[in-house]
Design a protein around this ligand. Structure first.
Ligand SMILES: [Zn+2]
Length: 340
């Protein structure tokens, strides 16, 4: 798996970032988009544009741009949950909010936290109250902003209401409606759809993803998610074979893939089987790769069961057992339907 660099650059974010940075009037920006489309990378680019000391911003070679590229700009902070940092390979010190994962189990084994903690938010707020080190803006970025709990969100609200001079706050969310209305109403909003399919395909091919079209569909059209699936061991051949293998109870997941990802894959398969049963076209799997559609009530039960699992599969009691039961349930959806 290729570790993402701390400051990844994606070709399709440059133009929208310039536009957003230019249009921004207030001190708070709410950026809505899918992580797999590169919304975080877009937010980084906007921040870099505001902090750049050259022209045209971001120039890429001024001192500020260099500091930003090494994630050591003193006037930039990103608050990311620990789990998101792990997923992005975001390892340097400028990302705050990592301290203290969830206390899990009595054995002291810590799982990466999914939350932006209130301590991290308060620490960042005090940071915004000190003067800018390089005399320009200070930028605080929160990704994903809906990883703030109510207490964290309320702590941030005061800064959004009465921001210190020169401070800009960027909230990045896949679904802005999941944020507190009081937060949303303080922000200028922008949304980001990601690259056109042709650009996404060209980029994936450049990243060494074979049969990029199959993998892009597998990831719901989101190129970063497609690259990650590929890095996790889902290649196009394996993806095409997956539905039939699951239906026969013969699918073996790639080694090391965590339960939430396996559940997501099953949700995609369930979605496509439902589409097929309803007479429409599968979205994630090639249509010819799908086994005959099971009966609707079984699909509906399966879908609800997967949705329940989605609420607690980050920290399963017993991951191997949970995986086994996930696969057995999927097989039964087809097995029993076939027997009728
Ligand atoms: Zn610059």
């Amino acid at each position: 798996m290729t570790a993402a660099s701390p400051m990844p650059e994606l070709p399709w974010v440059a133009a929208p970032a310039a536009e957003i940075a230019r249009r921004q009037r207030g001190h708070a920006l709410l950026l809505q988009g899918h992580p797999g489309a590169g919304v975080f990378e877009l937010a980084l680019r906007v921040a870099r544009t505001w902090l750049c000391e050259g022209t045209p911003a971001p120039c890429g070679h001024c001192a500020a741009c260099h500091l930003f590229a090494t994630n050591s700009h003193p006037d930039f902070r990103a608050l990311l949950p620990e789990l998101t940092q792990v997923e992005l390979g975001w390892t340097t010190g400028a990302a705050e909010g990592a301290e203290g994962g969830d206390e899990e189990g009595k054995g002291g084994k810590r799982k990466p936290s999914k939350e932006i903690r209130v301590e991290a938010v308060r620490d960042a707020i005090s940071w915004t109250q000190t003067s800018s080190s390089r005399g320009r803006a200070k930028v605080l970025l929160l990704f994903p902003a809906d990883a703030m709990n109510l207490i964290s969100a309320n702590a941030l609200l005061k800064t959004l209401e009465e921001p210190p001079p020169g401070v800009r706050v960027v909230l990045v969310a896949e679904d802005a409606e999941r944020l507190l209305p009081t937060l949303r109403s303080r922000c200028q909003r922008a949304s980001f759809a990601g690259p056109a399919p042709a650009e996404a395909l060209a980029w994936l091919e450049g990243e060494g993803v074979a049969e990029a079209g199959v993998m892009l569909a597998a990831a719901g059209g989101h190129p970063l998610a497609a690259r990650r699936l590929s890095a996790e061991g889902f290649d196009a051949d394996a993806w095409r074979a997956l539905p039939q293998r699951v239906a026969r109870g013969q699918w073996v997941p790639p080694p090391g893939v965590a339960l939430p990802r396996l559940r997501e894959v099953m949700q995609k398969l369930c979605h496509d089987a439902m589409a097929q049963a309803a007479g429409s076209v599968p979205r994630f799997f090639p249509p010819q790769s799908m086994p005959p559609a099971p009966e609707w009530p079984r699909l509906s039960t399966w879908s609800q069961s997967l949705a329940r699992l989605a609420r607690n599969d980050e920290h399963p009691f017993n991951a191997p057992l949970a995986t086994e039961s996930l696969l057995a349930e999927a097989r039964d959806v087809w097995g029993k339907a076939r027997g009728r």
